[in-house]
Write a protein that binds this ligand. Structure first.
Ligand code: FEO
Length: 161
């Protein structure tokens, strides 16, 4: 495998694990704010990010590349509000989308068809990831400081499978 692509995909294992860690930090904030549904949604998201990391780990392993665990940065612990949590989630997912697109473009440039086809799943997944965050953020913008509505949304988010 092209060395630059292998290094960038290895880096994405770390990026996905950072995403998991960030969403766990958000879950901890939501739990502390007595919003267990929001916390559940974020914990589920964190698990999803771990599965993204493992998908890339598996691919690198299958093509005979050594996977190396890089250092994961400390995520922020403080957020202004549930709306701020989802604003930052959407911002983060947009950054991840850019990283995935860069990876996909690199795979195409070095004519690694297997990697490009593998990465297509992530390209599509990012559309979903951004939409999920944007939809919840839109609801939170309507709710503003209505605590009754916030509790109802918390119940709804708690149903995420
Ligand atoms: Fe792994 Fe949230 O994208």
């Amino acid at each position: 495998m092209d060395k630059k692509l292998a290094k960038a995909m290895n880096e994405q294992v770390k990026n996905e694990l950072y995403s998991a860690y960030l969403y766990l930090a958000m879950a901890a904030y939501c739990d502390y704010q007595n919003l267990p549904g929001f916390a559940h949604w974020m914990k589920t998201q964190a698990k999803e990010e771990q599965s993204h990391a493992m998908k890339i780990y598996g691919f690198l392993n299958n093509v005979g590349e050594r996977v190396v665990m890089e250092a994961i940065a400390k995520p922020p612990a403080e957020f202004d509000s549930p709306a701020d949590v989802f604003k930052k989630t959407l911002e983060h997912e947009k950054k991840v989308t850019a990283l995935i697109n860069d990876l996909y473009n690199l795979a195409q440039k070095v004519q690694d068809n297997a990697a490009a086809i593998f990465l297509q799943w992530f390209v599509t997944e990012q559309v979903e990831e951004e939409k999920n965050a944007a939809d919840i953020l839109a609801v939170l913008k309507v709710i503003k400081a209505d605590s009754g509505q916030l509790i109802l949304l918390d119940k709804e988010l708690g149903k995420r499978e």
